[in-house]
Design a binder for this molecule. Structure first.
Ligand code: GLU
Length: 435
């Protein structure tokens, strides 16, 4: 028998817990919040054990023919965390630093997120370790299609429905839809959400996460008795979530005083013209070189004296190292996992009102649900209907979490976990353990 060739180390996942400081391991961050909520809910040991584990973790090695004629092998991951409430739902990210722990945490967060807003989905997440910024369109297409083919067994409108996430977009969703459809022999639009509108995407989906963030900021300010008009806001991250959040908050009368992307942060106490910054990025791809605001560091942005801070980039930007510098009264988490669990206590002590990620950024998956419903029904809604239904769900969910937080005298994050875990646990109790 031929000997098994040793695997190349390039792009291979090492399930190595020490790669993160404990504080910055997203799975630990998710679990410590989960444990606190489970304790307050007095969750029975059996369901506690079930909900601490993912249902399925797939790691796949994806060969791709690169433009230079050489074959490269990428690592792809798909984690289905929990499907008790419906098909697994969650985005796919392309990033150099993706790993199994992170994708598992993100899949769990999707489970809790779908349950907080009470849409009939479970949670999943996918990731491919790659450097998409330095890949051609052709390479990205071949990678996306081969990754889709390699996880095809889990995919389907009734089983697992991907969507965009960090560094993935509508175009890639179109390739996923096409690859899946060619495999099953007919067009299946509902296998993926966040598609182009021309092929079954929903109006309002692209702006949905930012719109949800805007709605949560307004609810938070109203709760604290602070006016929306003139409220000062710093937004970290200027991708889909950050830029749309900033734009919609500016349209509501807030003053956006700082924005940032991977090239740096920019500050203007008189207010930044967000539409102008978006046009600048459309032309130059990044904020680097923007002259209508002063360049500051990311740490300075986080510590600005503003009413609202919107972290809308990646995980672990608010940690025990900088939480004490925060002067914002409200933090609305546009990103998944921007605050470490250890930093929660510092923010609580300072009296910062935090709208947690699983509520604050749930607008995206909520409109993904609308897209899936529209695809399955073959009947499409106007943008106004989409936005109105999104608003109803976001406002009701915010109020449900707020009420629970008052009732149990816990912060919004713990209340959001309690609400979602209790909904998932109820379904497990009703379904029972199949043997
Ligand atoms: N990637 C987004 C999130 O983290 C959207 C997921 C979806 O629409 O399925 O919520």
């Amino acid at each position: 028998m031929a000997s098994v060739p040793s695997l190349p180390t390039h792009n291979i996942v090492h399930p190595d817990k020490d790669r993160f400081l404990q504080e910055e391991n997203p799975f630990e961050a998710m679990m410590s919040r989960f444990d606190r909520a489970a304790e307050l809910l007095d969750l029975e040991p059996g369901i506690y054990k079930v909900l601490r584990h993912p249902e399925k973790q797939i790691t796949t090695y994806i060969p791709v023919m690169m433009d230079n004629g050489e074959v490269e092998v990428f690592t792809g991951i798909r984690v289905l965390y929990n499907t008790s409430r419906g098909p697994a739902k969650g985005g796919i990210r392309f990033d150099k630093n993706v790993n199994l722990d992170e994708v598992t945490a993100l899949a769990a967060w999707m489970t809790w997120k779908c349950a907080v807003v009470n849409i009939p989905f479970g949670g999943a997440k996918g990731g491919v370790i790659c450097d998409p910024i330095n890949m051609s369109v052709g390479e990205l297409e071949r990678l996306t299609r081969r990754y889709t083919a390699s996880i095809i067994q889990t995919l389907g409108p009734d089983s697992d429905v991907p969507a965009p996430d960090v560094n993935t977009n509508e175009r890639m969703m179109a390739w996923i839809m096409d690859t899946y459809s060619m495999r099953v022999g007919h067009t299946v639009t509902a296998v993926v959400t966040g598609k182009p509108v021309e092929m079954g995407g929903s109006l309002g989906r692209r702006e949905a996460t930012g719109r949800g963030v805007m709605l949560c900021v307004k609810e938070a300010l109203a709760h604290l008795g602070m006016p929306v008009k003139g409220a000062t806001v710093a937004v970290q991250g200027f991708g889909n979530v950050g830029s749309v959040s900033a734009d919609l908050l500016a349209k509501e009368g807030c003053k956006i005083v700082a924005i940032s992307d991977r090239t740096g942060a920019w500050h203007n106490p008189k207010g930044i013209d967000v539409a102008d910054a978006i046009a600048y990025v459309a032309k130059h791809k990044v904020l680097e070189g923007y002259t209508k605001a002063t360049q500051i560091s990311n740490e300075e942005l986080i510590a600005l004296d503003v009413d609202v801070l919107v972290p809308a980039a990646l995980e672990n930007v608010i940690t025990t190292k900088n939480a004490s510098t925060i002067r914002a009264k409200v933090i609305c988490e546009g990103a998944n996992g921007p605050t470490t669990a250890a930093a929660d206590a510092i923010l609580d002590e300072k009296g910062v009102f935090v709208v947690p990620d699983i509520l604050a950024n749930a607008g995206g998956v909520t409109v993904s649900y609308f897209e899936w419903v529209q695809d399955r029904g073959g009947y499409f809604w106007t943008e106004q209907v989409v936005n109105d239904r999104l608003k109803e769900i976001m406002v009701n969910s915010f109020q449900a979490v707020l009420q629970l937080s008052k009732q149990h005298k816990v912060n919004m994050r713990t209340a959001a976990y309690m609400l979602s875990i209790s909904r998932v646990a109820t379904v497990h109790r009703l379904r029972g353990i199949y043997a």
